[in-house]
Design a protein around this ligand. Structure first.
Ligand code: ADP
Length: 398
């Protein structure tokens, strides 16, 4: 089946066009600056052919028109007819408590995504725009929704409740939701495959370390706890987000600096984390470089980043009563041997023993022979999960 995978942001649209039978990416691309002057579409075909188109792409409907145009284009395209698109799969940010797995788009599903807009005010509206745009342009093509939160929805109450009055959970659905679910699910399954064991037999800690960072305790194939919370702000230190913080600090800053709700939200989400602590960059490559040049605040940021991940490994090992494997993924997790080394350092008492040479050579299995806990480096592939889920759901619905 040929599936178009779409990930809509408020002013961007990422896409991959995949053949799910062979699990091949036929083409992929990105549109940036939707609704602004000089929007840019970058399109890459699997043979390396690349094209960059600059245009006025005023909304998501036009953006989908551009994607179709380039997929069908004589010089850069991969299909002759739009009928060759069998299905469309959307990454949807927030499924609230409604969705614990991917679903076929129906009017009820659309309504539920709209009902969850309050929980993800920046992301769900963009996802809805993408879905409506496809509905407009390809009305006969089935669409599926794959939720970033779905993998975590069935966590036990002790992991998802906050210590606030219970009525507030009931009234406003304030609970831990967790994000990056598709990635945590993908790499934990892949880890089980690599280890040659069933996911049900394994206790795995997955570390998705990118611009946004989260960790998940995956016990027997299920997410039992995760670091991101009601929003993607909680947990690990991130590129520009605080991660865990005493809520009183937030109130104190607001009072001292006279900040409004939207100003404090921006401070916590966009000016904190690696960027805020180091004063240098949100990009881990630049932090690592600065640390090598003895930049003191970059060193604080690097150490905080790794220390917090290390603490959560201990915490999740305790939560699951053991750990068989830890998995690194995401831009930092896959690429930074310095970060992996610093996180694993000192965890030998848990049976986590990193092999420095394998780590620097970026192998898949990074653990010393004899390490009780396997340490794996697994590139994530959220688009593949979305494409495969979409193909399965659409086939089953026929
Ligand atoms: P997103 O969360 O936006 O999908 P990515 O998963 O692509 O982000 O991760 C981006 C992060 O990965 C950035 O902090 C970047 O510095 C980091 N990164 C990418 N390559 C390397 C590398 N070779 N060494 C260290 N960090 C890297």
């Amino acid at each position: 089946m040929k599936v178009l995978v779409i990930n809509c942001g408020s002013s961007s649209l990422k896409y991959q066009f995949m053949d799910t039978d062979d699990q091949i990416v036929l083409a992929k691309g990105l549109i940036e600056r939707i609704g602004m002057s000089g929007a840019i579409l970058t399109h890459k075909r699997s043979d390396g052919d690349t094209v960059r188109i600059v245009g006025e792409i005023l909304d998501h409907t036009l953006a989908i028109q551009y994607v179709l145009g380039v997929l069908l284009s004589k010089n850069h395209g991969v299909i002759q007819d739009r009928k060759e698109i069998d299905a469309v799969g959307h990454r949807v940010a927030h499924g609230g408590e409604t969705f614990s797995s991917s679903v076929l788009l129906t009017n009820e599903v659309m309504q539920a995504i709209e009902d969850n807009v309050e929980l993800a005010p920046l992301h769900n509206p963009a996802n809805i725009k993408g879905i409506l745009a496809v509905k407009n342009i390809l009305p006969d093509v089935p669409q599926c929704c794959v939720f970033d939160t779905a993998f975590h929805v069935k966590m036990p109450a002790k992991a998802f409740l906050y210590g606030i009055p219970y009525e507030l959970y009931k009234r406003y659905k304030i609970r831990r939701y967790g994000f990056h679910g598709t990635s945590h699910l993908f790499v934990s399954k892949k880890a089980a495959e690599i280890l040659g064991q069933a996911p049900e037999e394994l206790k795995i800690i997955t570390l998705h370390l990118g611009n946004g960072c989260s960790m998940t305790a995956v016990d027997g194939g299920k997410s039992v706890d995760t670091t991101m919370g009601f929003t993607p702000l909680e947990g690990l230190l991130m590129g520009t987000r605080t991660g865990d913080i005493d809520p009183s600090v937030v109130l104190y800053i607001m009072g001292k600096e006279g900040l409004s709700l939207s100003e404090i939200t921006t401070l916590l989400n966009k000016h904190s984390g690696l960027a805020g602590v180091s004063g240098e960059s949100s990009d881990m490559r630049e932090i690592v470089e600065a640390v090598k040049n003895n930049h003191v605040r970059a060193k604080y940021a690097f150490d905080m980043f790794c220390y917090r991940a290390k603490k959560y490994i201990g915490s999740y090992a305790a939560a699951m009563g053991g750990v068989d494997a830890i998995v690194f993924t995401g831009g930092i997790g896959e690429n930074s041997s310095d970060v992996r080394e610093e996180i694993c350092k000192g965890l030998e008492f848990l049976g986590i023993e990193l092999d420095e040479e394998k780590n620097s050579k970026r192998e898949t299995d990074l653990s010393k022979s004899g390490s009780r806990v396997k340490i794996l480096r697994i590139p994530t592939n959220e688009e593949l999960v979305i494409a495969l889920d979409t193909a399965r759901i659409v086939s089953e619905s026929k």
